[in-house]
Design a protein around this ligand. Structure first.
Ligand code: UDP
Ligand code: MG
Length: 216
């Protein structure tokens, strides 16, 4: 059955340019139809009351909303036969450490719930999320969104990347109290500066969220 789904690069996938391009490249290999591709900054209310409303009350909820609104994201609406299940298989399990090391989250996630990308978990959820997001996104009739996706991948697929294991090691040390939060933040800043073309001074909240990820 032809189905539609929502995918977005979360702030780590947006900021770490190679990681995002790599995830998008693997998804594009599935040859989905591309109904939308673009940068978007969702507000906190949309993420907490609509997109992640089903997770309200969970211990991770406040951190999660801070995380997904800490920078813009890259949003995508794609379609295809069994597409949601295929993309979810590429992504791997929710928590990076539980995800298969060959999956996107297992290989490229910063750690724990900082896991590169969101993808609708089923055809039913896909339909719901696409409807929810369609009203927020400025989707232009007749635009070639597939080319936009391919241009983004081409631009960033050869960017430098710091092995995600290094983020997880710092995160582990922080969690065990071996290093302090400001030390971890400085190290993350040093790593991220090598992986992005964004102004590093605009990423303070993202860096704080990355540190807090390992303290929760
Ligand atoms: N999350 C987390 N810890 C958890 C569960 C979820 O940090 O124990 C975060 C993670 O970023 C995840 C998001 O919350 O991707 C949404 O959770 P969900 O259960 O929907 O996982 P997903 O569908 O993204 O795999
Ligand atoms: Mg989910």
């Amino acid at each position: 059955m032809e189905e539609k789904m929502l995918v977005f690069l979360k702030p780590d996938g947006y900021v770490r340019k190679y990681v995002g391009a790599r995830a998008l490249k693997e998804i594009m290999k599935l040859e989905p139809s591309v109904d939308y591709f673009g940068e978007f900054r969702p507000d906190k209310m949309f993420m907490s009351d609509k997109h992640y409303a089903n997770l309200k009350g969970k211990p991770i909820f406040e951190w999660l909303i801070r995380y997904v609104t800490s920078t813009p994201i890259i949003a995508m609406i794609i379609g295809g036969e069994g597409i949601a299940q295929k993309v979810r298989t590429l992504l791997g399990a929710t928590l990076c450490e539980n995800a298969d090391p060959s999956s996107i989250r297992g290989r490229y996630g910063i750690g724990r719930g900082m896991n590169v990308a969101h993808a609708s978990e089923s055809a039913e959820v896909g339909e719901k999320e696409v409807n929810m997001w369609k009203s927020m996104l400025n989707i232009l009739e007749g635009a070639d969104y597939e080319s936009k996706a391919r241009e983004y991948i081409e631009k960033y697929e050869n960017y430098p990347m710091i092995d995600s294991i290094r983020f997880r090691e710092i995160g582990g040390d922080l969690n065990k109290g071996k290093i302090k939060a400001d030390e971890a933040k400085e190290t993350f800043k040093y790593f991220i500066a090598q992986e992005t073309d964004l102004d590093i001074d605009s990423l303070d909240e993202f860096l704080s969220v990355s540190v807090d990820n390992f303290l929760r």
